[in-house]
Design a protein. Structure first.
Length: 142
């Protein structure tokens, strides 16, 4: 669906359009002003996203986020991305949600948090630090 929106083959209310990134209003807004940003070049998720598109998306998120805050008087902004079905990704075209926060919007967090145990946290960090990733898998240009 998002490829069709970028191509102009499906309707969208556009809020950002540059050479690499397309932004439009979410049809199922969590709060007033909820927008989506997508790369124009298709990437399935964060792990499939080339780094140059990632940089362009972050710049666009900063720009559009500031416009949303200025225009709507929101007091904060959530930048949200889901990678994979188990993380609630429903559209398999990389996208950011920009969700304005107003202080009384009653938007609930989709997770509950409790303090972890430092030995377990350190053990997990050691596993992460020891994991190898081929820079080519990330689309990095080193």
């Amino acid at each position: 669906m998002f490829c069709r929106i970028v191509a102009g083959e499906a309707p969208a209310v556009v809020v950002h359009d540059d050479d690499r990134v397309f932004g439009f209003m979410d049809a199922l807004p969590m709060t007033p002003g909820h927008a989506l940003l997508v790369p124009k070049r298709h990437s399935k998720d964060l792990l499939d996203l080339p780094s140059d598109d990632g940089m362009a998306l972050m710049a666009a998120a900063r720009h559009l986020g500031q416009k949303i805050l200025n225009a709507l008087g929101a007091r904060g902004l959530n930048l949200l991305h889901n990678t994979g079905h188990l993380a609630d990704q429903s559209q398999f075209h990389f996208h950011f949600h920009l969700i304005p926060r107003y202080g009384s919007d009653r938007l609930l967090h989709p997770w509950e948090r409790t303090f972890g145990h430092w030995p377990e946290i350190r053990a997990v960090a050691e596993k992460i630090n020891a994991a190898a990733v081929d820079p080519g898998d990330l689309g990095l240009r080193l």
